[in-house]
Design a protein around this ligand. Structure first.
Ligand code: HEM
Length: 160
């Protein structure tokens, strides 16, 4: 099996675990906590349960990024980033940058503390904000996956 095939398998497995996890957190975990806990306890509960996923997501985003750059290098496909037809390559890179920044920099350095503080003064609004942020990330991620699956076999999902 060639290095490219192994990288592609690892890339998709990492994306499945990572984006699947975002789907699970957004559509199951967040609504379940909303229904089961009073507003004042929701954020702390979510934070405790999500911490394990965040650790896993740091590993899967790193694998997706490394294998993605490796495939781009093997295909010598850097010029794709200069063409709007390859919007799905931009979408992959941007989604990856967004999650990497959130998981490695923004969340641990200040977002976590900011939200925890806000959750004590405005628990309902803070929880709603967390839910909307996750919905947004999930929609962007799924559009990226759809665009990449079609794009990698030469079909542009949004050509009309
Ligand atoms: C730095 C980030 C990334 C880079 C450089 C990258 C690069 C690539 C490359 C070069 C391919 C193969 C394209 C081809 O065969 O023509 C690919 C496939 C793919 N990537 Fe990424 N990727 C990155 C991140 C992501 C992210 C964040 C997602 C999902 C949210 C994603 C989902 C996919 C999917 C679903 C495929 C297609 C697999 C298939 O249908 O065989 N990638 N990626």
């Amino acid at each position: 099996m060639s290095g490219f095939v192994i990288a592609r398998i690892l890339h998709v497995l990492a994306v499945v675990l990572w984006i699947g996890g975002v789907g699970m957190v957004t559509t199951i975990l967040l609504p379940a906590i909303r229904k089961s806990y009073p507003a004042a306890q929701r954020f702390a509960m979510f934070h405790t349960l999500e911490a394990r996923f965040a650790r896993q997501a740091r590993i899967t985003t790193a694998i997706a990024g490394l294998t993605g750059f490796y495939m781009t290098w093997r295909l010598d496909a850097w010029d794709r980033f200069r063409s709007a037809d390859f919007w799905w390559m931009h979408a992959m890179a941007l989604t990856w940058v967004l999650f990497t920044a959130m998981l490695f920099v923004i969340e641990p350095l200040f977002l976590e503390r900011l939200l925890a503080r806000r959750a004590t003064s405005a628990p309902e609004a803070t929880y709603r904000l967390v839910e909307w942020l996750h919905r947004l990330l999930l929609v962007v991620s799924l559009l990226t996956v759809a665009g990449a699956v079609a794009g990698s076999i030469g079909v542009n999902l949004f050509s009309w």
